[in-house]
Ligand binder design. Structure first.
Ligand SMILES: [Zn+2]
Length: 543
């Protein structure tokens, strides 16, 4: 007994000794880490022009132009990583930092550089988004201000610049840790008093900030890590600032947003970025606003107000599309509403029309809920990638409860059939917006279910796809259930397509008159019947 006691005491004292040694070395290591981090920040401030000069910056304006990967890199003609990236221009670009008052503004004019539905997508639409402390608001083209915007994301965007990131990291209440090396860059992890976390890399050769990296949630991919690389440092008012800023995603290494800087103004006069005292709520809009409802189309067929279509079979329900730009909290109610329509029949599968982020944002939720995904074979690879991504910092249902994705691949066509229902799935052809899309046809009811066959009233770059597809597959739709536009008859569909078919051509002619030969002109309209101006400027394939 005594021996054991003695042994215990001996063990305890040894453990205490070891623990205190460990703690001392840990504190020492932390001190060394902090010193190393602070030295890197100070060296960077010196390299950029001097600590006092950096601290004396009150306002900073970056002028330039930019390009953005459409749909977080999903907006291409196919889901393959080798599909050509579709870009949107973001011209008349400014970033404005009001560092004294903790305010930041993004200003840019968006114009898609590929044919897209909707006139605003091709109108260099002015977008001004401001963050004032914890208030995000947008300034409309008529200068009215409305509440709205993602505060956290705007904050991280404001920090995606060497001067802002360095200043924030040097604040007394910021914590620095985890100094490490990535290639030829020393990296420091930063946590601000408000909880924002990012990493800054410092180039060995110059000491200048090489990149800022941060993570955020993403409606399509679960979570994304963004790394903004800084290049082309040039002095402005004695401070070296980068003219090149490319933000990469950790998915396929996509260049998500490229800023081509033209120059900076340091401590210039900037617009007042204070949030107006009375900010009105942004008008609700979009297909996912308002309460979620189900519209009965015919026996055993419903369209939910978000665009999802529910198809009843003998012993289960199948969904067509789970889109929007939402997360689990938006998609799960759609699945649950479908489940409630026919008690006792489970929702077991989901037809994913195509891979664009506004159409596939429900994919991760669907996989987490155990739904089998039916899609064109072109989407198999991209959907596996999306469903297998972890989201450790912003865990969604699929991250918390990971499941392997189960995919049924469709080639040119496939029939889903039981004693109650027949649904034919067809590969959508003659469509420059999507090469790997499915549409669904109910042959007993002559009902066509489609997504993006009919994308807008104003501009129809793929106006003939509807007629081309129904001709090819010999379909005779009496009712069309459109994800974007609800229920239409065949005649209403033709009336819907006609003005946009002319609108697209008129845009081509109007641009050509200015010597602008923009992407998508002349439109590829196999049905011909073009407006006279088209022949004047173009050599269209069909007249
Ligand atoms: Zn699309």
């Amino acid at each position: 007994m005594v021996g054991i006691k003695m042994g215990k005491i001996k063990n305890i004292s040894l453990l205490t000794l070891l623990a205190s040694l460990f703690l001392t070395s840990n504190v020492l290591a932390q001190d060394q880490d902090l010193n190393a981090a602070q030295n890197l920040l100070l060296a960077a401030a010196e390299a950029m022009g001097g600590l006092d000069e950096i601290n004396a910056v009150r306002t900073l304006q970056l002028y330039g132009y930019g390009q953005e990967a459409d749909g977080f890199g999903s907006g291409n003609v196919a889901g393959s990583p080798y599909a050509p990236q579709k870009w949107g221009a973001q011209n008349d670009l400014q970033r404005i930092w009001d560092l004294d008052n903790d305010r930041f503004m993004i200003r840019q004019r968006g114009n898609l550089l590929f044919p897209f539905a909707g006139a605003r997508a091709h109108a260099y639409t002015l977008n001004r988004q401001v963050l004032d402390g914890d208030t995000a608001f947008r300034i409309a083209e008529d200068d009215s201000a409305n509440l709205g915007g993602d505060v956290r994301e705007l904050r991280m965007q404001s920090l995606s610049h060497p001067l802002a990131a360095l200043r924030a990291a040097m604040a007394a209440d910021a914590s620095l840790s985890n100094v490490h090396v990535e290639d030829t860059v020393s990296v420091v992890d930063v946590r601000l008093a408000g909880g924002e976390e990012y990493s800054i890399g410092f180039e060995w050769k110059t000491g200048l900030p090489a990149f800022v990296a941060w993570s955020g949630p993403n409606h399509l991919l679960g979570e994304v890590r963004y790394t903004t690389q800084f290049t082309g440092y040039v002095p402005y008012s004695g401070i070296k600032l980068p003219l090149g800023m490319v933000t990469y995603m950790d998915w396929r290494d996509i260049e998500f947003f490229k800023i081509y800087g033209e120059g900076y103004i340091v401590n210039g006069e900037i617009p007042d970025l204070a949030a107006p005292r009375s900010l009105s709520e942004t008008q609700p809009g979009g297909r996912n606003s308002g309460p979620l409802q189900a519209e009965n189309i015919t026996g055993g067929l419903w369209r939910l107000s978000n665009g999802t279509v529910v198809i009843e079979f003998a012993d289960h329900l199948t969904l067509f599309e789970l889109g929007g730009f939402g997360y689990d909290d938006e998609t799960l109610p759609q699945i649950n509403l479908a489940r409630s329509l026919v008690p006792g029949k489970p929702v077991t599968e989901y037809i994913a029309s195509h891979q664009h982020d506004d159409h596939a944002s429900g994919l991760r939720t669907a996989v987490a809920e155990g739904l089998t995904v039916i899609t064109h074979r072109n989407n198999e690879e991209i959907f596996r990638e999306i469903a297998s991504r972890p989201a450790p910092n912003f865990p969604d249902m699929l991250h918390r409860n990971p499941r392997p994705i189960s995919i049924i691949e469709v080639g040119d066509r496939m029939r889903l059939q039981d004693e109650e229902r027949t649904v034919d799935l067809y590969h959508v052809v003659a469509h420059n917006h999507m090469a790997g899309a499915l549409m669904a046809y109910l042959p007993d009811e002559n009902i066509l279910i489609e997504a993006d066959l009919t994308p807008s009233r104003e501009l129809q770059w793929w106006a003939d796809a509807y007629e081309q597809n129904i001709k090819l597959y010999d379909l005779h739709p009496e009712i069309i259930v459109s994800v974007h536009f609800g229920r239409m008859s065949h005649t209403e569909m033709l009336e819907f397509l006609a003005p946009g078919r002319i609108g697209g051509q008129e845009r081509c002619v109007a641009q050509a008159e200015l010597d602008h030969f923009v992407a998508g002109c002349p439109p590829f309209y196999p049905e011909g019947n073009l407006i006279p101006g088209m022949i004047e400027f173009f050599d269209p394939p069909f007249e």
